[in-house]
Write a protein that binds this ligand. Structure first.
Ligand code: SAH
Ligand code: MG
Length: 237
Protein backbone atom coordinates (compact mmCIF):
# COMPACT_ATOMS: atom_id res chain seq x y z
CA UNK A 1 0.00 0.00 0.00
CA UNK A 2 1.25 3.47 -0.77
CA UNK A 3 1.48 5.81 2.21
CA UNK A 4 1.88 8.90 0.08
CA UNK A 5 -1.49 9.73 -1.44
CA UNK A 6 0.07 12.46 -3.58
CA UNK A 7 2.77 10.20 -4.99
CA UNK A 8 1.19 10.36 -8.42
CA UNK A 9 1.18 14.16 -8.30
CA UNK A 10 4.42 15.23 -6.57
CA UNK A 11 3.73 18.87 -7.44
CA UNK A 12 0.65 18.75 -5.18
CA UNK A 13 2.74 18.07 -2.09
CA UNK A 14 3.59 21.75 -1.68
CA UNK A 15 -0.15 22.48 -1.76
CA UNK A 16 -0.64 20.71 1.57
CA UNK A 17 -1.78 23.14 4.26
CA UNK A 18 0.45 22.95 7.32
CA UNK A 19 0.82 25.00 10.51
CA UNK A 20 3.56 24.89 13.12
CA UNK A 21 2.55 23.12 16.33
CA UNK A 22 1.93 26.31 18.29
CA UNK A 23 -0.27 27.79 15.55
CA UNK A 24 -2.16 24.49 15.32
CA UNK A 25 -2.82 24.60 19.05
CA UNK A 26 -4.03 28.17 18.83
CA UNK A 27 -6.35 27.45 15.92
CA UNK A 28 -7.86 24.46 17.69
CA UNK A 29 -8.26 26.44 20.93
CA UNK A 30 -9.99 29.19 18.93
CA UNK A 31 -12.36 26.69 17.31
CA UNK A 32 -13.08 25.05 20.64
CA UNK A 33 -13.74 28.35 22.37
CA UNK A 34 -16.11 29.61 19.72
CA UNK A 35 -17.91 26.45 18.60
CA UNK A 36 -17.41 23.59 21.05
CA UNK A 37 -17.70 24.85 24.60
CA UNK A 38 -18.53 22.19 27.15
CA UNK A 39 -21.46 22.72 29.47
CA UNK A 40 -21.25 21.67 33.15
CA UNK A 41 -22.30 18.09 32.40
CA UNK A 42 -19.60 17.44 29.80
CA UNK A 43 -16.96 19.15 31.95
CA UNK A 44 -18.03 17.00 34.90
CA UNK A 45 -17.83 13.80 32.87
CA UNK A 46 -14.32 14.65 31.76
CA UNK A 47 -13.21 15.57 35.31
CA UNK A 48 -14.71 12.41 36.74
CA UNK A 49 -13.01 10.26 34.10
CA UNK A 50 -9.70 11.64 35.36
CA UNK A 51 -10.56 11.35 39.06
CA UNK A 52 -11.52 7.70 38.68
CA UNK A 53 -8.27 6.92 36.89
CA UNK A 54 -10.09 5.84 33.73
CA UNK A 55 -8.15 6.28 30.50
CA UNK A 56 -8.55 9.85 29.23
CA UNK A 57 -9.13 8.81 25.67
CA UNK A 58 -12.54 10.36 25.16
CA UNK A 59 -12.99 12.54 22.11
CA UNK A 60 -12.16 16.21 22.43
CA UNK A 61 -14.81 18.96 22.38
CA UNK A 62 -14.15 20.01 18.78
CA UNK A 63 -14.49 16.36 17.75
CA UNK A 64 -17.70 16.09 19.76
CA UNK A 65 -19.08 19.10 17.92
CA UNK A 66 -18.31 17.44 14.59
CA UNK A 67 -20.17 14.29 15.67
CA UNK A 68 -23.07 16.46 16.79
CA UNK A 69 -22.97 18.37 13.50
CA UNK A 70 -22.93 15.19 11.39
CA UNK A 71 -25.81 13.65 13.34
CA UNK A 72 -27.89 16.79 12.91
CA UNK A 73 -26.95 17.09 9.26
CA UNK A 74 -28.30 13.64 8.39
CA UNK A 75 -31.27 14.04 10.74
CA UNK A 76 -30.14 10.99 12.71
CA UNK A 77 -32.78 9.31 14.89
CA UNK A 78 -31.08 6.10 15.99
CA UNK A 79 -27.34 6.01 16.62
CA UNK A 80 -25.15 3.04 17.47
CA UNK A 81 -21.87 3.60 19.29
CA UNK A 82 -19.09 1.07 19.86
CA UNK A 83 -16.98 2.05 22.89
CA UNK A 84 -18.74 4.03 25.64
CA UNK A 85 -16.00 4.66 28.24
CA UNK A 86 -17.59 7.27 30.57
CA UNK A 87 -20.20 8.36 28.05
CA UNK A 88 -18.62 11.63 26.93
CA UNK A 89 -19.07 11.05 23.18
CA UNK A 90 -22.45 9.41 23.82
CA UNK A 91 -23.71 12.64 25.38
CA UNK A 92 -22.61 14.71 22.37
CA UNK A 93 -24.39 12.23 20.09
CA UNK A 94 -27.57 11.89 22.15
CA UNK A 95 -27.99 15.65 22.32
CA UNK A 96 -28.18 15.80 18.54
CA UNK A 97 -31.26 13.56 18.46
CA UNK A 98 -34.95 14.44 18.41
CA UNK A 99 -37.01 13.56 21.49
CA UNK A 100 -37.95 10.15 20.14
CA UNK A 101 -34.37 9.34 19.08
CA UNK A 102 -32.03 6.91 20.79
CA UNK A 103 -28.41 5.92 21.19
CA UNK A 104 -27.39 2.33 21.80
CA UNK A 105 -23.81 2.23 23.09
CA UNK A 106 -21.68 -0.90 23.46
CA UNK A 107 -19.14 -1.33 26.25
CA UNK A 108 -17.10 -4.35 27.30
CA UNK A 109 -15.89 -3.05 30.68
CA UNK A 110 -18.59 -3.26 33.38
CA UNK A 111 -16.84 -0.55 35.43
CA UNK A 112 -16.98 1.84 32.47
CA UNK A 113 -20.64 1.03 31.84
CA UNK A 114 -21.48 1.72 35.49
CA UNK A 115 -19.85 5.16 35.45
CA UNK A 116 -21.39 5.99 32.07
CA UNK A 117 -24.84 5.13 33.36
CA UNK A 118 -24.42 7.66 36.19
CA UNK A 119 -23.39 10.26 33.65
CA UNK A 120 -26.41 9.62 31.42
CA UNK A 121 -28.68 10.11 34.44
CA UNK A 122 -26.87 13.35 35.27
CA UNK A 123 -27.28 14.51 31.68
CA UNK A 124 -30.99 13.68 31.79
CA UNK A 125 -30.51 11.21 28.97
CA UNK A 126 -31.44 7.94 30.68
CA UNK A 127 -34.48 7.46 28.51
CA UNK A 128 -32.60 8.10 25.31
CA UNK A 129 -29.40 6.09 25.88
CA UNK A 130 -29.11 2.34 26.32
CA UNK A 131 -25.83 0.66 27.25
CA UNK A 132 -25.37 -2.88 26.02
CA UNK A 133 -22.63 -4.55 28.04
CA UNK A 134 -20.30 -7.13 26.57
CA UNK A 135 -17.84 -7.26 23.72
CA UNK A 136 -19.26 -5.64 20.60
CA UNK A 137 -18.10 -8.70 18.70
CA UNK A 138 -20.76 -10.65 20.61
CA UNK A 139 -23.45 -8.00 21.00
CA UNK A 140 -23.50 -6.65 17.42
CA UNK A 141 -24.99 -9.82 15.89
CA UNK A 142 -27.94 -9.48 18.30
CA UNK A 143 -28.38 -5.79 17.48
CA UNK A 144 -28.76 -6.62 13.81
CA UNK A 145 -32.40 -7.41 14.58
CA UNK A 146 -33.09 -3.98 16.07
CA UNK A 147 -34.56 -1.05 14.21
CA UNK A 148 -32.12 0.33 11.69
CA UNK A 149 -29.44 2.72 12.86
CA UNK A 150 -28.76 5.71 10.66
CA UNK A 151 -25.39 6.48 12.20
CA UNK A 152 -22.69 4.28 13.75
CA UNK A 153 -19.78 5.73 15.73
CA UNK A 154 -16.87 3.32 16.15
CA UNK A 155 -14.37 4.16 18.91
CA UNK A 156 -13.21 0.93 20.59
CA UNK A 157 -10.61 -1.84 20.06
CA UNK A 158 -8.78 -0.89 16.90
CA UNK A 159 -8.23 -4.53 15.90
CA UNK A 160 -12.00 -4.82 15.70
CA UNK A 161 -12.51 -1.93 13.27
CA UNK A 162 -12.55 -4.00 10.04
CA UNK A 163 -15.14 -6.34 11.56
CA UNK A 164 -17.25 -3.40 12.74
CA UNK A 165 -17.20 -1.94 9.24
CA UNK A 166 -18.23 -5.29 7.77
CA UNK A 167 -21.13 -5.43 10.23
CA UNK A 168 -22.18 -1.89 9.29
CA UNK A 169 -22.16 -2.71 5.58
CA UNK A 170 -24.32 -5.76 6.23
CA UNK A 171 -26.80 -4.15 8.58
CA UNK A 172 -27.12 -0.39 8.10
CA UNK A 173 -29.56 1.09 5.58
CA UNK A 174 -28.66 3.20 2.56
CA UNK A 175 -27.72 6.73 3.55
CA UNK A 176 -26.41 5.63 6.94
CA UNK A 177 -23.22 7.24 8.15
CA UNK A 178 -20.28 5.28 9.55
CA UNK A 179 -17.79 7.29 11.61
CA UNK A 180 -14.60 5.76 13.01
CA UNK A 181 -12.41 7.65 15.48
CA UNK A 182 -8.59 7.73 15.56
CA UNK A 183 -8.11 7.44 11.82
CA UNK A 184 -4.69 9.07 12.29
CA UNK A 185 -3.68 6.92 15.28
CA UNK A 186 -1.98 9.92 16.86
CA UNK A 187 0.16 10.22 13.72
CA UNK A 188 1.26 6.59 13.69
CA UNK A 189 -0.97 5.86 10.70
CA UNK A 190 1.98 6.57 8.42
CA UNK A 191 4.64 5.02 10.68
CA UNK A 192 7.28 2.79 9.10
CA UNK A 193 7.01 0.47 12.09
CA UNK A 194 3.24 -0.01 12.34
CA UNK A 195 1.80 -1.82 15.35
CA UNK A 196 -1.31 -4.01 15.28
CA UNK A 197 -3.65 -1.07 15.83
CA UNK A 198 -2.12 0.86 12.93
CA UNK A 199 -2.37 -2.16 10.64
CA UNK A 200 -6.03 -2.63 11.53
CA UNK A 201 -6.70 1.08 10.98
CA UNK A 202 -5.05 0.93 7.56
CA UNK A 203 -7.15 -2.12 6.73
CA UNK A 204 -10.28 -0.18 7.68
CA UNK A 205 -9.29 2.88 5.65
CA UNK A 206 -8.39 0.80 2.60
CA UNK A 207 -11.70 -1.01 2.79
CA UNK A 208 -13.59 2.28 3.15
CA UNK A 209 -11.74 3.84 0.23
CA UNK A 210 -12.32 0.90 -2.10
CA UNK A 211 -15.79 -0.33 -1.20
CA UNK A 212 -18.23 0.66 -3.94
CA UNK A 213 -21.07 0.76 -1.44
CA UNK A 214 -19.42 3.64 0.41
CA UNK A 215 -18.69 7.31 -0.15
CA UNK A 216 -15.78 7.91 2.19
CA UNK A 217 -13.15 10.34 3.36
CA UNK A 218 -11.28 11.40 6.49
CA UNK A 219 -12.38 14.47 8.43
CA UNK A 220 -9.04 15.67 9.80
CA UNK A 221 -10.26 17.09 13.10
CA UNK A 222 -8.45 15.96 16.24
CA UNK A 223 -7.19 12.41 15.71
CA UNK A 224 -9.23 12.08 12.53
CA UNK A 225 -12.66 10.67 11.77
CA UNK A 226 -12.93 8.17 8.95
CA UNK A 227 -16.41 8.76 7.54
CA UNK A 228 -18.35 6.66 5.08
CA UNK A 229 -21.89 7.06 3.81
CA UNK A 230 -23.59 3.92 2.56
CA UNK A 231 -24.55 4.42 -1.08
CA UNK A 232 -25.50 0.97 -2.33
CA UNK A 233 -26.36 0.90 -6.00
CA UNK A 234 -25.34 4.49 -6.66
CA UNK A 235 -23.36 4.76 -9.86
CA UNK A 236 -23.99 1.15 -10.86
CA UNK A 237 -26.20 0.46 -13.89
N1 SAH B 1 -16.20 6.91 22.74
C1 SAH B 1 -15.66 7.26 24.05
C2 SAH B 1 -14.27 6.69 24.25
C3 SAH B 1 -14.21 5.21 24.07
S1 SAH B 1 -12.68 4.55 24.63
C4 SAH B 1 -15.61 8.77 24.15
O1 SAH B 1 -15.10 9.40 23.22
O2 SAH B 1 -16.09 9.32 25.15
C5 SAH B 1 -12.85 2.89 24.10
C6 SAH B 1 -13.85 2.08 24.92
O3 SAH B 1 -14.10 0.90 24.17
C7 SAH B 1 -13.33 1.63 26.28
O4 SAH B 1 -14.25 1.97 27.28
C8 SAH B 1 -13.19 0.13 26.14
O5 SAH B 1 -13.48 -0.58 27.34
C9 SAH B 1 -14.22 -0.18 25.07
N2 SAH B 1 -14.00 -1.42 24.31
C10 SAH B 1 -12.82 -1.96 23.93
N3 SAH B 1 -13.02 -3.10 23.24
C11 SAH B 1 -14.36 -3.27 23.16
C12 SAH B 1 -15.20 -4.27 22.59
N4 SAH B 1 -14.69 -5.31 21.93
N5 SAH B 1 -16.54 -4.14 22.72
C13 SAH B 1 -17.06 -3.07 23.37
N6 SAH B 1 -16.33 -2.10 23.94
C14 SAH B 1 -15.00 -2.21 23.84
MG1 MG C 1 -10.97 7.29 20.12
Amino acid sequence: MTLSPSSNHPDLLDRIQTFDAETQRGLTAFTRELFAQEDEVLAHVRRRTRELGMPEIQIRPEEGKILYFLARMIGARHILEVGTLAGYSTIWLARALPDDGSVVTLEVEPAHARVAREHFALAGLNGRVEIVEGSAHETLPVLARREPFDMMFIDADKAGYPAYLAWALENLPNGALIVAHNAFRGGDLISNTPDEAVLATRELLNAMARDERLLSTIIPVGDGFAVGMIQRGVGTP
